[in-house]
Design a protein around this ligand. Structure first.
Ligand code: PAF
Length: 293
């Protein structure tokens, strides 16, 4: 049914949706719960924390590994995105579970002949922050996640809060399209120095890697400042810190309402806010965010 990776197999790999669907359907018929962690591979501790939570909650875990072309607005970024399937499978085996199935499809298996994104209306969530700087990004994310949900038909799906805007958009996708899955947001997994885990970190050159924890340092200080200062004052302070930084270039820093993702106008005790940031470390684009209240 599944291509065996080696003799002592703990993780099974399906390269085609037909294989995956066949295996999952018998489990589903037996009333097993199916958890799903969609990824683009180059797995790290952040992914593993999602998968571990998913393993705790479900009888079977499906991890998809697919670098989705339609969510990249930049051909070079797509080209340079790390692809490490063999290494990813080795890492998954360290989780010592017999409950993991990897779905690592080809572009053809997902998209057929036409590699196009559907145009979605996410009630404006898609135009803020990442959506403003990466044209069509969330159409690509919506397209692939909906397609993967249709194939895997999970009971629960797990997404990291590092991509908080993506998480809100996927919740909206599920609600608007009445997809029968519960979306679970999981906390950001950070290295000891505060840097949010990301597949892109592996592309950081040594000097940039050393400096990248500055992003979280700024976010934590911004959070403190937000206690007593206006969002504008905090934003001005953040901009100055990056202007003075020799290696890191700020793309945006926004304090936004977690529900609408619109930039804050006036603080309200009834609302929840997060600070969102995107930074270039040379040609590597890093994003992060922090809850402010
Ligand atoms: O967060 C990611 O890795 C991707 O955007 C996702 C959800 C796997 C869709 O390609």
């Amino acid at each position: 049914m599944f291509a065996r990776v080696n003799f002592l197999l703990k993780v099974e790999v399906a390269k085609a949706k037909a294989e995956l669907i066949k295996s999952i359907s018998s489990l589903r018929r037996n009333g097993k719960s199916i958890g799903f962690v969609p990824t683009m591979g180059a797995l790290h501790q952040g992914h593993l924390s999602l998968i571990e939570k998913c393993l705790e909650d479900n009888d079977l875990v499906v991890v998809s590994i697919f670098v989705n072309p339609t969510q990249f607005d930049n051909a070079e970024d797509l080209d340079k995105y790390p692809r490490t399937l063999a290494q990813d499978i080795t890492l998954l085996k360290t989780l010592s579970s017999f409950k993991i199935m990897v779905y690592a499809p080809s572009v053809e298996d997902i998209y057929g002949g036409t590699v196009d994104a559907v145009n979605y209306d996410f009630d404006g969530l898609e135009y803020e922050m990442e959506g403003a700087f990466r044209m069509g990004h969330f159409d690509g994310v919506g397209t692939i996640v909906k397609r993967l949900f249709e194939i895997v038909k999970p009971d629960f799906a797990y997404f990291g809060e590092k991509d908080f805007q993506q998480l809100q958009i996927i919740k909206k996708l599920v609600k608007k399209h009445e997809i029968p899955v519960k979306v679970i947001g999981c906390p950001i997994f950070r290295a000891a120095n505060g840097l949010a885990m990301s597949s892109r970190n592996s592309r950081l050159k040594p000097d940039y890697k050393k400096e990248a924890p500055f992003i979280y340092k700024i976010l934590t200080t911004a959070k403190l400042k937000f206690g007593t200062k206006s969002a504008n004052k905090v934003t001005e302070w953040v901009i100055k810190q990056f202007e003075a930084h020799k290696l890191l270039n700020l793309e945006y820093f926004t304090i936004a309402d977690v529900e609408t993702l619109k930039p804050i106008k006036r603080k309200s005790k009834k609302k929840q806010y997060r600070a969102f940031i995107a930074v270039y470390a040379d040609d590597v684009r890093l994003i992060d965010n922090i809850a402010l209240n």
